[in-house]
Design a protein around this ligand. Structure first.
Ligand code: ZN
Length: 348
């Protein structure tokens, strides 16, 4: 039976056969992307004799095409190109979690999200309220961008301090409202390929949790092990966010000697992130090596909109599929443990 991932690939190929800018091409491309978010397998829907038009971005014309594919046993599905290989669909995510419901029950945190303090679309209070409503989180980390990332309206040290005061007020409001949620002062700061951070260490020391990420030179094909080792030895941060930098249909991500990278991450006490954004899913296939090296993992939605806060399930499913032990994932540890793990001891 064809999976939604395979249908997505078939739709993408069919789009390429249509005239540029044609309605058909646009409809096929749109459905190809939407297939990754269909809540069920299209093949299951067809088996139930339900209409494929129930699926997002599928009208009668596409329902006819997809229906014919599902009925064709001789159809060969091409292997996706590297740019879109190895991404879970929503349907796969839901099925994975259904087999391990305790993973959503015991989840305590989302450790990467953005607000209007940088390039997020929603203000801090709305992001916090949405996270508080969605899951029974104990803590979340607000990780707006740092000044080196101009395109994302990154914060300088002064703005970071102002944001810290705002977060303190939000935490007092949460306390007063009986919510168990606590907001951590954090940042997704930029590090250069040389491993140098773009923020003053004193400003970072005032945060609860510091994420660092590469945002430049993400396309080289040569081995980048040395870049990772330099970064991991930088003592100013705790978590390396979206480590490979892959983005579906845009970048395949960096390559490295992963066992060596994970060995050094373990030595340095750094966590690597599973970026749960559906177009990133970074790390994914490297997770089993990370598990064997005893590395800490952090899961973050990297949400830039309220809606994207729901994507935490993608990260959880990746961890389950890698058979990652829950107790090596920061999102499953109590808040007090996080303060001990970072060496901060107490909230900022
Ligand atoms: Zn980033």
């Amino acid at each position: 039976m064809l999976s939604d991932a395979q249908l997505s690939e078939l739709l993408a190929r069919a789009a390429e056969d249509e005239e540029p800018d044609s309605h058909r091409r646009k409809a096929l491309s749109r459905a190809s992307r939407a297939a990754f978010f269909w809540p069920v397998e299209a093949s299951w829907l067809a088996e139930q004799d339900r209409a494929l038009t129930e699926l997002a971005s599928v009208g009668p014309w596409l329902a006819h095409i997809i229906g014919a594919w599902l009925l064709d046993p001789s159809l060969e599905v091409p292997e996706p190109p590297a740019l879109r290989r190895g991404f879970l669909t929503m349907s796969e995510v839901r099925e994975t979690i259904a087999g391990h419901p305790e993973w959503m029950r015991e989840l305590r945190a989302d450790l990467q999200m953005h607000t209007t303090w940088s390039d997020g679309t929603a203000p801090l209070r709305d992001v916090v309220a949405e996270a508080d409503t969605l899951w029974d989180y104990e803590f979340i980390a607000v990780t707006d961008h740092s000044k080196g990332l101009k395109i994302a309206r990154g914060m300088d040290e002064g703005v970071l301090a102002e944001q810290g005061e705002d977060i303190a007020r939000v935490n007092r409001e949460l306390d007063a409202s009986d919510s168990r949620l606590r907001v951590l002062r954090s940042i997704e700061m930029n590090i250069s390929p040389e491993g140098v951070q773009d923020m003053e260490p004193e400003a970072l020391a005032r945060l609860d949790l510091v994420l660092a990420a590469f945002h430049s030179k993400l396309r080289p094909t040569e081995d980048q092990t040395e870049r990772y080792l330099r970064a991991l030895r930088n003592p100013t941060f705790h978590i390396l966010a979206h480590p490979r930098g892959r983005v579906v249909n845009r970048r395949v991500g960096l390559s490295a000697n992963w066992p060596r990278v994970f060995e050094v991450a373990a030595e340095e006490g750094k966590a690597l992130e599973i970026d749960a954004h559906p177009s990133r899913q970074d790390l994914d296939s490297e997770l089993q090596l990370a598990r064997d090296a005893g590395v800490w993992i952090s899961i973050g939605t990297d949400a830039h909109t309220l809606r994207e806060l729901r994507n935490i399930e993608f990260g959880v499913a990746l961890a389950i599929r890698a058979r990652f032990p829950m107790d090596r994932i920061l999102n499953y540890r109590p808040l007090q443990f996080i303060f001990e793990w970072t060496g901060r001891g107490q909230p900022a």
